[in-house]
Design a protein around this ligand. Sequence first.
Ligand code: SF4
Length: 474
Amino acid sequence: MARKAKAGREPVAESPPAAAEVRSAEPRAVDLLVWYDRHRRDLPWRAKPGETADPYRVWLSEIMLQQTTVAAVRPFYLRFLDRFPTVEALAAAPTDAVMQAWAGLGYYSRARNLHACAKAVVERHRGRFPGTEAELLTLPGIGAYTAAAVAAIAFDEPAAAVDGNVERVMSRVHTVDEPLPKAKPQIRALTEAIVPRERPGDFAQALMDLGATICTSKRPACALCPWMRPCRARAEGTQETYPRKVKKVEGQLRLGAAFVVLRADDSVLLRTRPPLGLLGGMAEPPTSEWTPDYATSQAMLDAPLEARWKRLPGIVRHVFTHFPLELTVFFAKVPRDATAPDGMRWTPRAKLGDEALPGSMKKVLVHALGALPNSLPSAGEIGQPSEPEEGEVGERSESGEGESRRRLTPKEARSEPGGGASGRSLPLGRERAEPQDREDGKDGPSPDPFQGAPSPAKGGGLGRASARGRGLKR
Ligand code: SF4
């Protein structure tokens, strides 16, 4: 049965500790709960004091928040919930509609798993989420972290939900010197040891809020922390050195070309990627292979059709989980009667916002065409250096995914009532895309593709320039 959130400032099970006791003690759940009752963030998926938590909303938010900030998720969550208000509605939706609603959040296998999980809940559990960690773990796309978070927050199970924020807090409080990811079992055990039997759901959220708003990666606000006294890293002045991490090896830069074709009726050439693999099932303008040694001088061999192609100044950059990508964009206009090559289609520019375009491909279209209509900004445009998207090698483990979730600057965190971050929705336009998209900002704004664009090839010859142009081997 779904749990009811406790009213704020309600007396907790234990009485406040004496100062001397706190100084010498281990961190206590009761101190964190007292702090939470006063400083909890007001989040759209969070039950207010006295309300009953909705397992569907809790699960949906936890999946969306993996690798993404609260500020980035908020507009997506509200739009998604409006479109799919119940697990039954989500289960019954076509895959394309789910992918489209997810577009911009990155890590697209999460959307596929989300849909599969909704179907499983409806088929196996008659639309009711199971209430234990063990049962939740049997559902598609639910790993150890999500199972614990949903069990604790929605059903008040005493489960330890350990995400990146919690790892940071616990590793500091206990000065865990083992680097991540090896330290994960130790941190998990330390967290399990402190989960209270009373209010475990509030405790889980309190720990997440503490990591997001006070115990931040840089310059934690220790003076405001309910665990300031028992925190060992704070006593040593070594807070920012935790959690210890093994230096990450950056993926090798890949290069490629993207081809934006505008038909005279204001339609854009798109295709859908294969359902599995990198950006599976998402829409994109045709692109070449992406390889470390891609020769842009040979890009015309990969063009999807014959036309007078113009290479646009600047480069579109994007960072995937496992590699950074730089795409050179080519643009062409073709006549109204041009037909789409096999496996491709024309989408009216006014309807591009309805396509399931990942952040990387939105950047390509914005680079060539300017702002897209009816499109939410990608997660990267709101709160991250670049929208993370799943890499070719596979996604990070679930606990790893939590690493960047809810990580806000102290300024962001404190700028909202309750310490939360703002969920401003910004237009997707050149103004926001340029600093990230263009190499070192050297190239200035993209030229207007409608001024000085090459005229279409005579007769609108649309034979495929190369079979490679249709390939998706990456
Ligand atoms: S005292 Fe500082 S470092 Fe320690 S848990 Fe609190 S905010 Fe984090």
